[in-house]
Design a protein around this ligand. Structure first.
Ligand code: PGA
Length: 224
């Protein structure tokens, strides 16, 4: 199974999101190859909307086999934490949660300890955490099944990391056999096959190219 995750970040209004879903759904309905890849679990598409749009996106993305994820999750249990979104509240709404994205580590000073708490919360409440790491120095808590390697310089820069360097990092991380290893950082339709052709990368976390529904669909098509 190959994972393709759309991380929209904080970049769309409600109407832009609705337009995205309309375009993507139309492309998907018309394409048997991509529909079959999703139906047969060859391709796992996970869309991570802006928080306020999660439910609307979920209701609009009616094509079976599409998954919704959260871009972040609280390290706290449900309780008196104004503005937080704990894992328990996300249960039954999303299947996945991105944890430890480098933008959260740098702009919101998330620490490895806080990230480890978020992973615990996800597990307690049946969410699959997608742990983002920037390199070897970031802690990988025990039992994390999905890792997204996202070198900081490659994120949003148009300078995707060379596939060989990504594979070198994968080796250095000494992950267990069953860990799902994703790459993220300026993935586009022009470079995704350089990773896919290696057969050693289990999927992609896509920011910029995921904001354009046609571009994101083109990625799905290439992976189908
Ligand atoms: P990018 O973002 O595709 O724009 O580099 C990836 C990410 O931040 O997850």
């Amino acid at each position: 199974m190959i994972y393709l995750i759309a991380n929209w970040k904080a970049q769309q209004t409600l109407s832009q999101m609705q337009e995205w879903v309309d375009t993507f759904s139309t492309l998907l309905e018309a394409d048997e190859e991509v529909s079959n890849a999703i139906a047969s679990n060859k391709l796992q598409i996970i869309v991570c909307p802006e928080y306020p749009f999660i439910l609307a996106a979920k209701e609009m993305l009616t094509h079976s086999g599409l998954h919704i994820g959260a871009q972040n999750v609280s390290s706290k249990e449900m309780g008196k934490y104004t503005g937080e979104v704990p894992a328990e509240i996300l249960t039954d709404i999303v299947d996945y949660a991105i944890v430890g994205h480098s933008e959260r580590r740098s702009h919101f000073h998330e620490t490895d300890e806080e990230i480890a708490q978020k992973i615990i919360q996800c597990k307690q409440h049946s969410l699959n955490p997608v742990l983002c790491i920037r390199g070897e120095s970031d802690n990988i808590p025990d039992g994390v099944k999905i890792i997204a390697y996202e070198p900081v310089g490659a994120i949003g820069s148009g300078q995707n990391e060379d596939a060989n360097l990504v594979l070198e990092m994968k080796d250095k991380l000494k992950l267990s056999e069953d860990t799902i290893f994703l790459y993220g950082g300026s993935v586009s339709k022009d470079n995704i096959m350089s990773y896919a052709n290696s057969g050693k990368i289990d999927g992609y976390l896509v920011g910029t190219a995921s904001l354009d529904a046609s571009h994101f669909f083109a990625l799905a098509k290439l992976l189908s």
